[in-house]
Design a protein around this ligand. Structure first.
Ligand code: FES
Length: 570
């Protein structure tokens, strides 16, 4: 098989001429024949002035290149789409599949024997793993790493659990305009990703457990010298991968995904992690079984004392031993013989993790933050294909609750009405948001963290049962049911709820039920019409998205990108 510069020649109908032309052009950059004969390691450049979570990417690329050259390879960086949460309209999720397609096609189109994928902000790591699975060129992930914590009036703060907490106080009138302005300069004090156990941290740690990044590398702070050393080592390892593999699908096996799901639960990880892992698995022909996810939620304790489920931040987790140290506590639930990209098994990586005397961030089973895992899967007549709740970040007293529905028909409707003092709502009601799913919004915004109506917030209400077909930031806290599938915009049962209906949530029984008789629901179903403008007849990427996006239980990937199922025995 062709390697290096000879790989994937441009089609001119004459392979010799194609190589001659390629070399002629690349020599304009000053490369020697010796350099051009080396194994080529591609490096994704996801730096962007719009993406502070990737602010350290130029330095990481420099360090990866150093590692590649120390190992005798030729590093070649190339740009791809870069996505930041706060700079993506309508949502970053809308763009994840675009980044996955871009990255996959650039890996495939350009000559490279292996690739270092540098990602960090929420949707970038899943997009790159999806791309790696589909391109199936030897690949290794390097995350940008978490920010350091912020400080404000003697309190430690972090993006973005504290962003939401303090904004909630501001809405309730207990945190002033000038205080909220001041704190905006303290919540994200360095480059790097959000430093709570949000989606970025979840994906960074889960990627280690999946075997696609160097063990111990996921939680190193973005600004620490160790991150640059990890980048150098990643570059060196990428040269070995270029020579001998393995390929991503040899790492991302069924057992590896199960290891990742155990990790997701033990971390108190983001519910988004489940959607993303489902999408990555789908690219490998592997189906994530929600019933298995729920069972792991019963068997795996939450061991990481990190916000929003706990009290601390990623840098504390890292210095307590990180993901591999945490997994030692649940090793009996893991496939320890799963191979990692480092060339050692997961079991060996876990054994090698440091033991830090006196640390309290990574708990044992006996001192677990919660005896059950981060999330539970709910079903019922409201969610025939499932819904999730992050039980580790919910209020214990609301886990079994029946209340009157207060329905918002869209994100816009919610924005207009939720703070209206005339809104008919009490603390015992169930707030319902619909048409905020993969197609409905579109792009499944992180709107599932419905704000507490202002008049209730002023009364001191901090949590209510909230349900939607939307997603929620991994940094958020509350009794919040998400990803209701199928979504309302395609006629899921959520579309039939009316304000005043009774909704029963029973997390221990894994139930979410609309207490309306079947005859009434049938009449409503008959009268239902889909929202306008979602038929996918529009132009460009938006049209492609609406025509092709799958539901949350299928990872919200595009239908034409999912791989045919692998045999279960694989
Ligand atoms: Fe990028 Fe939070 S905004 S990780």
């Amino acid at each position: 098989m062709a390697t290096g510069m000879r790989k994937g020649l441009t089609s001119y109908g004459d392979a010799g001429f194609s190589l001659f032309l390629r070399k002629a052009f690349i020599k304009a950059m000053g490369y020697s024949d010796d350099a051009l004969d080396r194994p080529i390691v591609g490096i994704t450049d996801t730096f962007s002035d719009y993406n502070p979570c990737h602010g350290n990417v130029p330095k990481l690329i420099e360090a990866v290149k150093r590692g590649v050259m120390l190992a005798g390879g030729l590093p070649m960086s190339f740009p791809t789409v870069s996505i930041h949460e706060s700079f993506s309209n309508p949502t970053s999720m809308f763009l994840r599949n675009l980044m996955a397609m871009d990255t996959e096609e650039m890996i495939r189109a350009q000559p490279m024997d292996s690739v270092v994928l540098i990602g960090g902000c929420d949707k970038t790591v899943p997009a790159q793993l999806m791309a790696a699975a589909s391109a199936d060129v030897p690949a290794i992930m390097l995350v940008t790493g978490p920010m350091l914590v912020g400080h404000y009036k003697g309190e430690i703060l972090g993006a973005c659990t504290d962003c939401r907490r303090l904004w909630g106080q501001h809405r309730a009138g207990t945190f002033s305009e000038s205080e909220i302005e001041d704190v905006s300069g303290r919540l994200a004090p360095t480059t790097g990703t959000c430093m709570v156990m949000g989606t970025a941290s979840t994906m960074a740690c889960v990627t280690e457990a999946l075997g696609m990044s160097l063990p111990g590398s996921g939680s190193i702070p973005a600004t620490h010298a160790d991150r640059l050393r990890a980048a150098e080592t990643t570059g060196k390892r990428a040269v070995e991968l270029a020579r001998n593999g393995p390929r991503p699908r040899e790492i991302m096996t069924r057992a590896a995904f199960r290891n990742a799901l155990v990790t997701l639960q033990a971390l108190g990880g983001s519910t988004n992690g489940l959607v993303h892992l489902t999408a990555v698995a789908g690219r490998c022909g592997i189906t994530i079984d929600l019933d298995e996810v729920d069972q792991l939620g019963r068997d795996v304790p939450v061991l990481a004392d990190l916000k929003p489920s706990g009290a601390h931040y990623l840098e504390h987790f890292h210095w307590a031993g990180g993901t591999m140290r945490m997994l030692r506590e649940v090793r009996e639930l893991l496939a320890l013989d799963a191979m990692t990209i480092a060339g050692q098994t997961l079991g060996a990586a876990i054994e090698a993790a440091p033991e830090i005397p006196g640390q309290t961030i990574i708990r044992s089973r006996a001192t677990a933050l919660s005896p059950t895992g981060a999330m539970a899967v709910l079903r019922g007549n409201l969610a025939p294909r499932g819904a999730v709740i992050k039980q580790s970040a919910a209020s214990a007293e609301l886990m079994q609750h029946t209340g009157r529905a207060v329905v918002f028909d869209s994100v816009e409707d919610m924005t207009v009405r939720v703070d209206d003092d005339n809104l008919d709502v009490t603390r015992d009601d169930v707030l319902v948001l619909r048409n905020a799913g993969p197609k409905g919004a579109p792009g499944m915004p992180e709107a599932g963290y419905l704000p507490i109506p202002r008049k209730l917030a002023r009364q001191g209400v901090k949590d209510m049962v909230r349900i939607s077909d939307a997603r929620m930031s991994g940094t958020a806290f509350g009794t919040i049911v998400l990803h209701i599938t199928p979504e309302a915009a395609i006629g899921g049962p959520l579309s039939l709820v009316q304000s005043g209906d009774r909704i029963a949530l029973d997390v221990p029984a894994r139930k979410i039920e609309l207490q309306v008789d079947e005859a009434t629901l049938a009449a409503r179903r008959k009268a239902w019409r889909p929202p306008a403008g979602l038929d996918g007849r529009g132009r460009g990427y938006a049209g492609l998205f609406l025509r092709s996006v799958l539901q949350a239980d299928q990872g919200c990937d595009f239908d034409f990108l999912v791989d045919p199922p692998r045999a279960a025995a694989e």
